[in-house]
Structures are given as structure tokens and as C-alpha cells.
Design a protein around this ligand. Structure first.
Ligand code: HEM
Length: 724
């Protein structure tokens, strides 16, 4: 019968393909190679040739803006606009889209439209923003591919501000959507939303790792105060840490919170536990990817429930004005509870102004969250709040700039910015790089390479320096890279991983060549060219003729154009490609290698080829022999793989923490090689081993050399948005 043949009909199988207990369930610590596979062709519906920049530039931008502005006051029955204006709601959506960015690893942020996907679409802090995106669907539908969700969400924030009378600093398009949740972003380890305090190091009051929020499921801080305790001073501590993680200083932080909360209201008409349904990702199929269904009365306007706090900050919540600081600083506020039971603050002054009701009938008391109260309780915040209260122009300028930074910081260099509203002014957080104006002929390039090869620099030095220069690139926020040659500047030139003493020697030699060269060449180009020359020489040594692709045109940034603190975040804690790991790190070297490969936007084969190549070129940061599985350093061979896979060697840890290993000849017991976890993982992990077998096979060396050269060139050019 059919039932006997079909396991689903007979009920013996309840899971479909992909279900069941998976490797990660059995071995939770397995290497997370999945993050090097995300955003592949198979999840992207657009052609490989699709050019978003071109598509976006074809939009009639003023028309688009007007449509978004018109939408703000076109209230829909299914989610009517508070005060007849969706502006505040759209600002919150844009801010929550951008606000997941953290400068530590550059991940998160609004540049890829991930608010559409879980977990972000279902974070408690993103409550009801599913509706904000649905309100924008008619615009998205009209423009289709030409306008990404990521751009539209940020644009909607700008249009909202402008439609309520605030002059923004500018807008740039250019954010390309992804098509699946980002698997690489570490949002924390808690298994419950808003679990208290698990990510704080109680000894120093700091937050775990790069995390940008105090609880799982929040963008930043708990509005009611740390762990729901309404203590404004402690809230200030949390705000300073979390906004700092997003590269915002105190002034920018005060400007952002005050500017944002000049608009809109908080929603807490009744107890969420009684009335609010599951978040979108947990809701039933007929909810059609929406969630938080609210059964309290009408469920909307004055009956809406989002954060649980209730009320507006200012008397005119859909108008840009200076009332926020007026009411915050001039009124005395007392701790009360919202109808939903959340801690909040209400004016004590009997004659305090009121806000209109969201639905238009009557008025309602003003409100501050504990986080807002921090702006008048913390002495440093208070000083800034008072200054902004007096000096409207300073406040407006600070808010405009901070909003622009918030919403654009993760886009990378200005070469990526699109559209007619990109401001002329260059900002330090954009890591400016001067343009160069020269063209090297093929003859120039080959004579420069000859000069480098005759300079006495070793292949290892050439390769190491070029790698050090280019490998700071991180695709997460598109910062770093070889362009700008910031390897010559602080803080990069002093990083331990860059072997400062050797680096300065190499840079001196290259500067000498730059001076001697008849034409013009930037140090940024020369550093890359020297690396390429080293690789070509190493390939020749191994009997291969290759030309490493070279894209000239890099500029040299100055120290003044380099924000020390912000570049400090690019310092690698580990760089498995150079066999570097900071001593005190508790994470395994192989995990950090994959993390870095992900930041550099490398695939699994690219990572493998690069490690195998860099090892035989002797590119370890300290010149050590770990992983240098060859007798011919400086020859671009597949020796790393052949020796790694050769069972003639047995491997044992020589350090108690299992970081360093030695490989002995099985027969003689003589130590032949030493290696780190970032070496042995290519033999130990079965997927990496499968790639190593390709490169280590008898027919593998030619492919290895080609793949290495291609991956190298990709790294050297990773930041060349000026060419793309
Ligand atoms: C709304 C907290 C920073 C803009 C809210 C709500 C809370 C909140 C609890 C009410 C949500 C609801 O129930 O509907 C916080 C905290 C912040 C912060 C704790 C940081 C310390 C910001 C920033 C901006 C902003 C930086 C933008 C620059 C807004 C806007 C609304 C809002 C416009 C009103 C939304 C509406 O009317 O629907 N915020 N916020 N907030 N927030 Fe913030």
C-alpha cells in the first residue's frame, strides 16, 4: 500500500530532509565552517551580473523620497499611525536596523537588511517593527531590485525626520540585501530573551566580547534600567558601554537619544503577557511572518503594546523641536509604573505639559524611561544635556551628524556611497584616503618589481608586509585593507602581529625604492606590488610561471586622517594566516582563523589555499617554523598539504594547553615539523582535510598555485571599492 511505501503516510518518519539530530547537536564545538558558506549563489535570486549600484542610480531619487514622505501620513486601517504620522515609528525602525552595529568586529548594522530575518525580526526590542516594514512594502514593490530593503529602511528614517521638520546631514544608498540570516554574528549565548546579566563580567562591569547590548534580544539597554531596576546612574553605565561599542562618544550618545525621543511614544497599554501573541518567527503560519498580535481592545493606537512603557516624551511628538531637554531638565520626575507594569518616570509638576493621545482623543502625561533619566543623572551626560538645551544649533548639528554616522558607519568607504544626497564633507569615521593621480605602465610595474627583488628583502618579508597591510580588511563594515597604507601609521605599525621592528625595516627599504623610482607610486601600491613580486619569485623557484594580478591606484592616508581608537579595533587578536594568537586568548586558534576568514570574506578553499601558501612562503608573524612543512621555504609548492597528509608523521602536543604540536617521523622518532592548531586543523577537520587532499594530491600543485594567487589578489583588492 502507499502507506507501507511512504514513511510519512505510515507515520514512521516525522522529519523531512535536513531534520533530525545534526553534527552541531552531537558536537557543539565543531568548527563553524558554515559561516564561510553563507550568502552563496544558491540563496540569492539575483543574477551574478546584477549591479545594485547601477540599479539604484537609475531611481528618480526626489520622486522616491516624496513617495516615502507621503506614506508617513497615509494612515492604514490595519495599523493606524499614532497622531496620524508614521514618522517616529520609522525612525525607530531605522535606528534598530543600524543600531545592532558594533565596532569591535564590525558585524551587525543596517547595511544588509537583516531586520527582515530571524532572530532580529523577532527580538523583543524590535516589537511591532514587522508592521513598519509592511507599511513600506508598496514602495519596495514599486522599485523592486533597484531599492534594497536595507537602503529603504534607512531612507525611511531620514524621510521621517525630514517630514517632521528636522534637517538631516545626508543620505547615501548602496546597502545590498542579503537573503538569509547572517550566521556569523555572535549575539550572545543566553537561551532566553532578556535573560539577566549573563553577559556582564561582574569583576570589571564590562560586557562580554564585542556584544553591543546588555540582554539577548535588545538593541542596547533595558529602558527600565539594568535588569529592570530603575536606577538612572546604573543605566548611564550601561548606555556608555553599549553606545561606546557602537563607536559613539558621550556627546553623540546624548544627541541620539534626545533627538530620537523628541519624536513618538512608547506603547504599553496593558499587560503584554495577557494580550500579546508570539513574535513573528514563532507565530502561526497564517500570521504571514508578522507577530505580536495584540488582543487588548483595538490593539492599536492607544491600545498598542510594544515595550510596555507608555506615553510620549514631548508635547508635540511628530514635530522637531527642543522640548525634550526642556521637559527632561525642567520637570521633576517620579518613578511610576505604566499600565503594562513597566517602570517609568512621570512629571511631578502639576502644571506639566501633556502629550496628545495617539488616537487623537484627549491627552496623556509625558513620560521618561530610566535610560532617558540617565541623561540628567550622570554628571557627564547632564553637562552635555544642559549645553544642548541652551544651544539649539549645537544640538541639531550633533544629532544630524550622529544620526548620519549611526546609519552609514557600516557602509565602508565613501566610494560605496550612492545618490544625490551624499555630503561633500569628509568625516574621520569614514577612514578617508586621498586619491592618487598617476598611471604605472607595464614597464613601470616590472621595473618596480625588479627593484624590490634586488633590494635584499626576503620573500617572507615582502609577503608578510603586504599581508599585514591588506589583511586588516573586514567585510563586516568594509573597513581596513591595503588602501591608505595605514600599516605605516599608528596604531597599526606598532601592533605585535605586525612585528614592528621588522616592519619598519621593510618600510624603509620600500620608501627608498619609492624615492629612487623615476615615476610616482604610492606606498600603498608599492607594498602590495612587493608582496606580488615575492609570490611570483616564489612560484618561479618552484617551477611555476605566474603573474599576480595587480590593481594600481591606492592612496596613502595621513596620520591625521586616521582615528586611532577606531583603527585599534582592527587589530587582530589572532591571525591564523600568520600563525599569530595573543597569549591570553581562551578561544581556539582554529575558531579564530575561521572568524578572520569570514571577516575577510573568504571561502573555505580560499582560506585553505592561503594558509598552505603563506606557510611555505615563511609568512609567520614572528618568523617561526610552525606549520612551515617544507624544506624549501620561499618556494610556492604544495608541501604544506603533502606533509600534513603524510601519515609518516605522528603528532603530539608539546604545550600543556594544546596549542603547539610536533610531528615526528614514525620510524625514527625524530622531530621533523612543529605546528599550531591553525595548521593541524587542515588535517584534523574532515571538511578542511577534503580540500587539503585536493591540493596535496599529485595533480594538485598547479591548482593550488592558481588558487593561492587568486585568493591573494582578492585579499589585496578587497577594499578597492573605487574599482568596483
Ligand atoms: C521608542 C528606548 C535610543 C528613537 C522607544 C521606546 C523605548 C525606547 C522603550 C518605546 C517603544 C515602544 O513601546 O513603542 C530607548 C533606549 C535607548 C533609545 C533605552 C537608548 C538608551 C533611541 C535612539 C533613537 C530612538 C538613539 C533614534 C535616534 C526612538 C523613537 C521612538 C522610540 C523615534 C518612538 C517610536 C514610536 O513612536 O513608535 N525607545 N531608545 N531611541 N525610540 Fe528609543
Amino acid at each position: 500500500s502507499d502507506a507501507a511505501q511512504c514513511p510519512f503516510l505510515s507515520g514512521t518518519q516525522k522529519q523531512t530532509a535536513g531534520g533530525g539530530t545534526r553534527n552541531r547537536d552531537w558536537w557543539p564545538n565543531e568548527l563553524k565552517l558554515n559561516i564561510l558558506r553563507q550568502h552563496g549563489k544558491s540563496s540569492n535570486p539575483y543574477d551574478k551580473e546584477f549591479d545594485y549600484a547601477k540599479a539604484f542610480e537609475s531611481i528618480d531619487f526626489p520622486t522616491l523620497k516624496q513617495e516615502v514622505i507621503d506614506l508617513m501620513t497615509d494612515s492604514q486601517d490595519w495599523w493606524p499611525a499614532d497622531y496620524g504620522h508614521y514618522g517616529p515609528f520609522m525612525i525607530r525602525m531605522a535606528w534598530h536596523s543600524a543600531g545592532t552595529y558594533r565596532v569591535g568586529d564590525g558585524r551587525g548594522g543596517g547595511a544588509s537588511g537583516t531586520q527582515r530575518f530571524a532572530p532580529l525580526n523577532s527580538w523583543p526590542d524590535n516589537g511591532n517593527l514587522d508592521k513598519a516594514r509592511l507599511l513600506l512594502w508598496p514602495v519596495k514593490k514599486k522599485y523592486g531590485k533597484k531599492l534594497s530593503w536595507a537602503d529603504l529602511m534607512i531612507l525611511a528614517g531620514n524621510c521621517a525626520l525630514e517630514s517632521m521638520g528636522f534637517k538631516t546631514f545626508g543620505f547615501a544608498g548602496g546597502r545590498e540585501d542579503v537573503w538569509e540570516p547572517e550566521q556569523d554574528v555572535y549575539w550572545g549565548s543566553e537561551t532566553g530573551w532578556l535573560d539577566n546579566d549573563e553577559r556582564y563580567d561582574t569583576s570589571d562591569g564590562d560586557l562580554e566580547g564585542h556584544l553591543g547590548a546588555v540582554h539577548m534580544g535588545l538593541i542596547y539597554v533595558n529602558p527600565e534600567g539594568p535588569n529592570g531596576v530603575p536606577d538612572p546612574m546604573k543605566s548611564a553605565h550601561d548606555i556608555r558601554i553599549t553606545f561606546g561599542r557602537m563607536a559613539m562618544n558621550d556627546e553623540e550618545t546624548v544627541a541620539l537619544v534626545a533627538g530620537g525621543h523628541t519624536f513618538g511614544k512608547a506603547h504599553g497599554a496593558a499587560d503584554p503577557d495577557t494580550y500579546v501573541g508570539p513574535e513573528p518567527h514563532g507565530a502561526s503560519i497564517e500570521e504571514m511572518s508578522t507577530g505580536w498580535k495584540n488582543t487588548y481592545n483595538s490593539g492599536v493606537l492607544d491600545d498598542a503594546i510594544t515595550s510596555g512603557l507608555e506615553g510620549a516624551w514631548t508635547p508635540n511628538p511628530t514635530q522637531w523641536d527642543h522640548d525634550y531637554f526642556d521637559v527632561l531638565l525642567n520637570y521633576d520626575w517620579e518613578l511610576t509604573k505604566s499600565p503594562a507594569g513597566a517602570h517609568q518616570w512621570t512629571p511631578k509638576n502639576p502644571d506639566a505639559k501633556q502629550a496628545p493621545a495617539a488616537g487623537g482623543n484627549g491627552t496623556q502625561a509625558l513620560m521618561m524611561s530610566t535610560a532617558d533619566m540617565a541623561l540628567k543623572t550622570d554628571p557627564k551626560y547632564l553637562e552635555i544635556s544642559k549645553r544642548f538645551h541652551k544651544d539649539h544649533a549645537a544640538f541639531e548639528d550633533a544629532f544630524a551628524r550622529a544620526w548620519y554616522k549611526l546609519t552609514h558607519r557600516d557602509m565602508g568607504p565613501v566610494d560605496r556611497y550612492l545618490g544625490p544626497e551624499v555630503p561633500q564633507e569628509e568625516l574621520i569615521w569614514q577612514d578617508p584616503i586621498p586619491k592618487v593621480n598617476y598611471t604605472l605602465s607595464d614597464a613601470d610595474i616590472s621595473s618596480l618589481k625588479k627593484m624590490v627583488l634586488a633590494s635584499g628583502l626576503t620573500i617572507s618579508e615582502m609577503v608578510r608586509t603586504a599581508w599585514a597591510s591588506a589583511s586588516t580588511y573586514r567585510d563586516s563594515d568594509k573597513r581596513g585593507g591595503a588602501n591608505g597604507a595605514r600599516i605605516r601609521l599608528e596604531p597599526q605599525r606598532s601592533w605585535e602581529v605586525n612585528n614592528p621592528e621588522e616592519l619598519s625595516k621593510v618600510l624603509n627599504v620600500l620608501e627608498g625604492i619609492q624615492n629612487e623610482f623615476k615615476g610616482e607610486v604610492s606606498m600603498a601600491d608599492l607594498i602590495v606590488l612587493a608582496g606580488n613580486a615575492g609570490i611570483e619569485e616564489a612560484a618561479r623557484n618552484a617551477g611555476h610561471t605566474v603573474e599576480v594580478p595587480f590593481s594600481q591606484g591606492r592612496g596613502d592616508a595621513s596620520q591625521e586622517q586616521t582615528d586611532l581608537e577606531s583603527f585599534g579595533y582592527l587589530e587582530p587578536l589572532a591571525d591564523g594566516f600568520r600563525n599569530y594568537i595573543k597569549d591570553e586568548l581562551k578561544v581556539a586558534a582554529e575558531d579564530l582563523l575561521v572568524d578572520k576568514a569570514n571577516l575577510m570574506n573568504l571561502s573555505i578553499p580560499e582560506m585553505t589555499a592561503l594558509v598552505g601558501g603563506l606557510r611555505v612562503l615563511g609568512a609567520n608573524y614572528d618568523g617561526s617554523n610552525h606549520g612551515v612543512f617544507t624544506d624549501n621555504v620561499g618556494h610556492l609548492t604544495n608541501d604544506f598539504f603533502t606533509n600534513l597528509l603524510d601519515f609518516a608523521y605522528t603528532w603530539n602536543a608539546t604545550s600543556s594547553d594544546d596549542r603547539i604540536f610536533e610531528g615526528k617521523d614514525r620510524r625514527t622518532g625524530i622531530v621533523k615539523f612543529t605546528g599550531t592548531r591553525a595548521d593541524l586543523i587542515f588535517g584534523s577537520n574532515t571538511e578542511l582535510r577534503a580540500i587539503a587532499e585536493v591540493y596535496g594530491a599529485n595533480d594538485g600543485e598547479a591548482q593550488f598555485v592558481n588558487d593561492f594567487v587568486a585568493a591573494w589578489a582578492k585579499v589585496m583588492d578587497a577594499d578597492r571599492f573605487d574599482l568596483k
